[in-house]
Write a protein that binds this ligand. Structure first.
Ligand code: GCU
Length: 678
């Protein structure tokens, strides 16, 4: 069936002559399968080769023919041990895939220090076949640059998903721990295929019940499914759990009873799940309880949990996503103001998990100024994979360019080249602990993600967490080939379409640095006029500040001075309207409608032009897709076409609504050449 369930692990027969050539390189397989991870790796290889080549290699103990594949660790394979390959740099998760001679025969070896590296190597090798790469002279050496590569599932215990647009939670809490859905294994395969090694199972707006013995049994059952695939389980925990399920009067982190409760809870978890990863915590944010309720700091709260987990090797991922009504001045400043002074106060097993921007997963935000500002604390990236502000399930928006833009941004904190990627992979400040999290877009929909193209966002997140310097385009190219076809006539236009899709969404939603114009609550569709939200910082006007003189949030030194949260050279740049990149113009400046942009046109003209261009881009995407009928199965083809039609309608809705509203402010006529909204 062509319902997208297989994701990028399709393993459908390769049509080309490549298959014949590949078969001669897969004549025999020498591979142990005595541990669960070894078995998973061998099963995957046999499944992949069987599907792609229509035949599986013969299993053997020794190399007796040309074209053998030998996979394993020096410990699991005497043949590989004899080769004495240099696996030093690979660590626990890296691998080599190499063409070499073994016992007088040309062979392909997949070698790692640990079983999990072998599994990752197998997925890499299969990817080469899926994307029809030459495999005769392989010399691949891969290892992850980031240690914790984690999906954050915002899944509630009732099966609903916070900001989920692909059905219900795939965790069937009612049937766990006794029934293990086969889907859990397929989930683990998909994660492992892109190097994801952690899963936070529950919503950051956590329920205390997840830490009750009943639920911990269920969590342990999931952990047992994921373990062979190298995936550790983590839990979001509610800071007030000692009160809700522990019978304590308070959750004050300096209270010895509270500390003991968490220690005992951690001990109980590790009894059930010896490789449990740790806790993710949203505290004192959007109404969640936290240490500040007791006059303590985020560090006090995080350290208490860290101390409970430390004896077992667990970590705390403490979120920096905090803002409150009290902050009348500029919500974007609050996280930095609260956390920067705490640098150096966290235990070594605490990571601070920072959203990519300082507001909230907008179509475009400058990188959060916390990156680079806390050298003594390992900062973890938090991206959103689910498209809360980017058109939910239907809009085709490939997030690779967004992730890459953030990761490659230069913080300048330590001279040129101090990129966000180097902050989070630990290189800049020499942290061994490092991490990248993505708020997952996975649900019970047959295609997992609500649309085929949303699968690409899960995929690119994993690949960039493995290596944050990879190119979004190269990853899209792999994904298209694995997901659809290797036919160049299809691959090229589709990759181009994906690469342009994020900028298109920025243009038809929030161009030129605008942000948070979405409808209150749902975050779907435009509502720049909406004054109904009960809090000022939930009203779009708080962010766009449009009036008859101009538009934009003044974050310069004469405004909120958020610019000075960046390193001095960057602060100076953002403070100066002439030097500010136009994509961030209205993020940092309140600008007159008649201000001339680099194009020579006025701001009002450019605003209308960007909105219109966004709609045109979506029309172009539809045009591209129309030309590609027949290259892939009709099921997925038709759904993409239908979703693009929805996207076009809604891009138009965004454009017309925003232009009409802002025109009521600017009082300017539509520039010549732009048809009035219908
Ligand atoms: C956004 C989102 C919430 C979510 C929050 C968070 O504000 O709308 O649903 O809980 O982010 O990341 O904690």
């Amino acid at each position: 069936s062509e319902d997208g369930y297989e994701l990028w692990l399709r393993y459908h027969p390769l049509a080309s002559t490549q298959a014949t050539a590949y078969r001669s390189r897969a004549s025999q397989l020498i591979m142990a399968s005595s541990t669960p991870t070894q078995a998973a790796a061998r099963d995957e290889l046999l499944r992949g080769l069987g599907g792609l080549l229509g035949q599986t290699p013969r299993l053997s103990d020794t190399v007796t023919r040309d074209g053998a594949i030998i996979a394993g660790t020096p410990a699991s394979s005497p043949q590989l041990a004899r080769l004495r390959l240099d696996t030093g740099q690979l660590g626990n998760e890296g691998y080599l895939v190499r063409s070499t001679m073994v016992d007088g025969h040309p062979a392909t070896v997949i070698v790692a220090n640990r079983d999990i590296g072998v599994l990752y190597g197998v997925f890499h090798f299969l990817r080469l076949l899926q994307t029809e790469q030459p495999i005769d002279h392989l010399d691949v050496r891969e290892w992850p640059r980031i240690k914790l590569r984690v999906l954050d599932h915002w899944d509630n215990l009732d099966g609903s998903i916070e900001r989920g647009y692909a059905g219900a939670s795939i965790w069937d809490w009612w049937k766990l721990p006794d029934w293990l859905e086969p889907r859990y294994t397929d989930y683990a395969r998909a994660d492992a295929s892109i190097g994801i090694n952690g899963a936070v199972l529950d919503n950051v707006n956590a329920e205390a019940a997840i830490l009750t013995p009943t639920y911990l049994q269920k969590v342990a059952a999931l952990a047992s499914v994921f373990r062979p695939y190298g995936i550790r389980v983590y839990l979001s925990v509610r800071f007030s759990s000692p009160m809700e399920i522990g019978g304590l009067k308070a959750a004050d982190p300096s209270d010895p009873q509270v500390q003991r409760w968490w220690r005992e809870k951690a001990d109980a978890i590790y009894q059930l799940i010896p490789d449990f990863g740790g806790f993710l915590v949203k505290a004192n944010s959007e109404g969640q309880p936290g240490p500040q309720d007791y006059g303590r700091t985020h560090a006090d709260g995080a350290n208490m949990l860290a101390d409970a987990l430390a004896p077992h090797g667990g970590v705390v991922m403490w979120r920096a996503f905090v803002y409150s009504q009290a902050n009348k001045d500029d919500r974007a400043k609050q996280a930095y103001e609260e956390f920067k002074p705490l640098d150096g106060q966290f235990r070594p097993n605490v990571l601070l998990q920072v959203k990519n921007g300082s507001v909230d997963f907008q179509p475009r935000e400058p990188f959060s100024p916390l990156f680079g500002a806390m050298p003594k604390t390992p900062l973890m990236m938090e991206f959103q994979i689910t498209k809360e502000y980017l058109g939910f399930a239907t809009h085709l928006v490939y997030l690779g360019p967004l992730y890459q833009e953030v990761l490659s941004a230069d913080t300048l904190v330590d001279g040129k080249g101090s990129t966000v990627a180097k902050v989070i992979d630990g290189a800049l400040d020499r942290h061994t602990l490092s991490g990248m999290a993505g708020a997952a877009n996975i649900g019970t929909d047959r295609d997992w993600c609500g649309s085929t193209f949303n699968q690409a966002n899960w995929y690119v997140f994993g690949r960039l967490a493995w290596n944050p310097t990879l190119s979004a385009r190269a990853i899209a190219d792999d994904w298209v080939r694995m997901t659809f076809t290797n036919d160049e006539a299809f691959v090229r236009p589709v990759v181009d379409m994906m690469m342009g899709s994020r900028e298109a969404a920025v243009d038809y939603m929030t161009p030129l640095g605008l942000h948070h114009l979405m409808a209150y609550g749902s975050h779907y569709g435009p509502a720049p006029w909406d004054t109904s939200p009960p809090r000022a910082d939930w009203r779009p006007a708080y962010y766009h500040q449009a009036d008859r003189h101009g538009i934009g949030f003044d974050r310069t030194r004469t405004g909120s001075d958020a610019v000075d949260q960046y390193a001095p050279p960057l602060a100076a740049q953002f403070n100066d309207i002439k030097q500010t990149p136009e994509q961030y113009l209205l993020w940092f400046h309140h600008v007159s409608w008649d201000y001339r942009l680099r194009s020579g046109h006025t701001l009002w003209y450019e605003l209308v032009a960007h909105y219109t261009h966004g709609v045109d881009e979506v029309k172009q995407m539809q045009e591209t897709w129309r030309r590609l009928d027949g290259y892939i199965d009709p099921e997925r083809y038709r759904q993409v076409a239908a979703f693009l039609a929805i996207q076009e309608k809604e891009a138009q809705w965004w454009r017309d609504a925003c232009i009409a509203y802002f025109q009521s402010m600017s009082g300017r006529p539509l520039p010549p050449g732009f048809a009035p909204p219908q």
